[in-house]
Design a protein around this ligand. Structure first.
Ligand code: CP
Length: 317
């Protein structure tokens, strides 16, 4: 049976630590990995728009010596003729060794995994989960802070539909010694099921507020998110809420000097371009990290990770 990544909890904490270590090794010794996936093919099936996730997956596979195929919109696949996700994935698993799939419907990658003969990676499903963004975020926190616990994290923006937030809260909660401040409009609060599963069961302390400036001075990490037009049923609600939070250099004057600012991107208005010059802005470094953690993940799911025998000799440096 192939190994899939549908939810971040499909990986143990030990496996996540291993992926971070492999990504660090790839960053230091890229040449040692350049032929690791020779003759392997990655299919990127994106039924929803993407820049970072799709292109970082493709760049990751090419940098491992493999090749890529796929589509970047539902309209350019037979989904436009009414083909089901299951039939599409069953077809593509005849051509590719591993599949990264994004879909606007929650649970679609899970359904795909049930019929696929090769590993399926959830590259974002609706407002549900985005586990490879979470791996990117964890690598970034590890590189910025040198640890994955012992800090206060503020999540700000659309916490209701923000799939990157749901996955990261789930992952970081397993590391312990953490507290959260959830900052959002009342209409975009963190869903109850995430609070029950990730926080209440583990007794993790958290607060909920609408006021970013109130909690900003206490934060070690600020995770900003976009209010997502595509998740709203009603344009009027989107327009009312879209500029609820705008991070500026003036607001950051009251924040800690060692704050790390993350954002999964794309951004719209929620962080002004002037903040990019602040050394605390980690989001462009975060983009770069996404490629290397996806390289590590491809190796793991194809059974080619250092230490499991499949990659023997490939990663010597
Ligand atoms: N962070 C992220 O998922 O970006 P894209 O939508 O551009 O892939």
């Amino acid at each position: 049976m192939p190994r899939h990544l549908i939810d971040i909890t499909d990986l143990t904490v030990g496996e996540i630590d291993g992926l971070i270590a492999t990504a660090e090794d790839i960053l230091s010794h890229p040449a040692a990995y350049q032929d690791a996936c020779q003759r392997r093919q990655l299919a990127t099936l994106f039924f929803e728009p993407s820049t970072r996730t799709r292109l970082s997956f493709e760049s990751a596979m090419l940098s491992l010596g493999g090749s890529v195929l796929g589509f970047s919109s539902a309209q350019s696949s037979s989904a436009a003729k009414g083909e089901t996700v299951g039939d599409t994935v069953r077809t593509v698993s005849c051509y590719a060794d591993i599949i990264a799939m994004r879909h606007p419907r929650e649970g679609a990658p899970y359904a795909a995994a049930q019929v696929s003969e090769v590993p399926v990676i959830n590259a974002g499903d609706g407002g549900h989960n985005h586990p490879t963004q979470t791996l990117t975020d964890l690598l970034t926190l590890h590189r910025e802070k040198g640890r994955l616990g012992g800090f206060t994290v503020g999540f700000c923006g659309d916490l209701k539909f923000g799939r990157t937030v749901h996955s990261l809260v789930n992952a970081l909660s397993r590391y312990g010694d953490i507290r959260y401040d959830f900052i959002s409009p009342v209409e975009l609060k963190l869903p109850r099921y995430v609070k029950e599963e990730a926080l209440k069961k583990r007794g993790i302390p958290y607060s909920q507020t609408t006021d970013l400036e109130e909690v900003l001075p206490e934060l070690d990490v600020l995770y900003m998110t976009r209010v997502q037009r595509e998740r709203f049923f009603n344009e009027e609600d989107y327009l009312r809420l879209k500029d609820s939070y705008v991070l500026t250099p003036a607001k950051l004057a009251r924040a800690r000097q060692d704050l790390s600012i993350l954002h999964p991107l794309p951004r719209v208005n929620e962080i002004t371009a002037a903040v990019d010059r602040d050394p605390r802005a980690a989001y462009w470094r975060q983009v770069r990290n996404g490629k290397f953690i996806r390289m590590a993940l491809i190796l793991l799911l194809l059974g080619l990770s250092p230490g499991n025998g499949g990659g023997e000799g490939v990663y010597e440096h």
